[in-house]
Design a binder for this molecule. Structure first.
Ligand code: UD1
Ligand code: UDP
Length: 375
């Protein structure tokens, strides 16, 4: 029996790996186990609960305000024991987190084949996003198989001399997760969504905000909060709803500047189905998130991205996403324009699906199955 170990640690990795866990579980040719580093704790557990995944191994590593040195070291050491016990043929890592990079290194040491899901995204600016750009380049360098979400990401890998035989364009598994969540949310009552309905002000347009990037910590987040304050005061007909990331470098600044403004509602991170529901209710999204940049085009929601570069150019090209950095004036001006200029808003809110059709996980499982048949 072929042995798979699927490893993740943070909220976005969990959302994007959950469909792969489900897809492998259907295939009896594989013994598939799940390991979480728990680089995130509460935000990871929200996803595990929703997708009903019980990890086989939980390294439980999160520390308050953790630093990259100890996190990286603890993941490599923790993974050593899991890899030595299970001896997987294939280890699956996702994207660009410290979990992805450190697990790829540990998996390589163990002799397993490394499969990189969401491979080939690049800004080619090694400090932006930090440390994610280097994390994904390292995971990509180590990986034996690369599951690229788009042809653009495949082309980046080809340019780095990775053999075409090792790359498969799959679409992004986030669309698999989005479709599954939308279908479940449509069919059951969700307490978190019912609670959200109580805080939404009827008749106001919703601006949904999220943010957490390390390169925005400090001055960047102060600018972002001041911009949101200005937008709220200038536009009493909008309600800004902001599920605040639990990172203290984000949370402390956001609550200090944005508490007690009538039309700004600060809430805890939402479980995935409630967040998807809220995206759907929104007029506009302002974020520095990678995953949200991919989900919003499928929902027809314009996005202002608070970053200077993006490794996800497809939605910028189709017109749903605009980069605004963390410049206060730029965030305020672009938001006001989208609130007032109906034609531009309409052009940006056309539905696009540059990131997939919901079958990415199926393609990955078929690819690994065909490899195993050849051997
Ligand atoms: C991490 C990833 C980033 C990813 C993001 C998704 C790295 C270096 N960063 O950033 O790529 O986009 O997750 O959200 O891999 N915390 C909690 N509870 C939680 C989660 C976080 O309290 O459930 C707090 C803890 O104090 C923790 C801190 O946030 O130490 C930072 O977590 P960390 O994973 O290091 O960084 P993120 O900013 O979350
Ligand atoms: N998300 C969520 N609850 C929230 C905010 C975001 O479930 O309160 C989801 C969102 O739909 C997306 C993912 O979390 O799939 C993005 O996570 P994050 O922005 O933390 O990380 P990134 O994608 O930037 O790595």
């Amino acid at each position: 029996m072929i042995k798979n170990l699927i490893v993740f640690g943070t909220r976005p990795e969990a959302i994007k790996m959950a469909p792969l866990v489900k897809e492998f579980a259907k295939n009896k040719n594989f013994e598939t186990r799940v390991c979480v580093t728990a680089q995130h704790r509460e935000m990871l557990d929200q996803v595990l609960d929703f997708f009903q995944i019980i990890p086989d191994y939980d390294l439980n590593l999160m520390m308050p305000n953790q630093n990259l040195y100890s996190l990286t070291a603890n993941i490599i050491v923790g993974m050593g024991s899991v890899l030595e016990e299970f001896k997987p043929d294939f280890v699956y890592v996702h994207g660009d987190t410290t979990t992805s990079m450190a697990v790829a290194i540990a998996g390589f040491y163990s002799g397993s084949k490394i499969c990189h899901v969401e491979a080939g995204l690049r800004t080619y600016d090694k400090r932006s996003p930090f440390p994610e750009e280097m994390n994904r380049q390292i995971s990509g360098r180590i990986a034996d198989y690369h599951f690229a979400p788009t042809t653009g990401s495949k082309n980046n890998l080809l340019q780095e001399n990775i053999s075409e035989k090792e790359i498969l364009v799959t679409g992004n598994t986030v669309i698999d997760a989005l479709l599954e969540s939308t279908s479940i949310v449509g069919s059951i009552e969700n307490k978190e969504i019912e609670d959200l309905k109580k805080v939404i002000h009827l008749g106001k347009r919703i601006i949904l905000v999220t943010g957490h990037r390390r390169e925005n910590h400090g001055k960047g987040f102060i600018n972002i909060c001041e911009a949101l304050q200005t937008i709220a005061l200038e536009n009493p007909d909008v309600q800004i709803i902001y599920p605040v990331h639990l990172n203290p470098n984000v949370k402390n600044v956001v609550y200090e500047i944005l508490s007690n403004i009538d039309n700004i509602t600060l809430i805890n991170p939402l479980a995935y189905p409630a967040f998807v529901w809220l995206m759907n209710q929104s007029y506009l999204i302002i974020t520095d998130s990678g995953g949200v940049q991919e989900e919003a085009p499928s929902l027809g929601k314009p996005v202002l991205v608070m970053r200077d570069t993006t490794e996800r150019p497809e939605a910028v090209e189709t017109g749903t996403v605009i980069l605004v950095g963390t410049d206060k004036k730029m965030i305020v001006d672009e938001t006001n324009d989208l609130l007032n200029n109906k034609e531009r808003y309409k052009a940006m809110s056309d539905l696009h699906n540059p990131y997939g059709d919901g079958k990415a996980s199926e393609r990955i499982v078929n690819f690994i199955s065909s490899l195993s048949e050849k051997n």
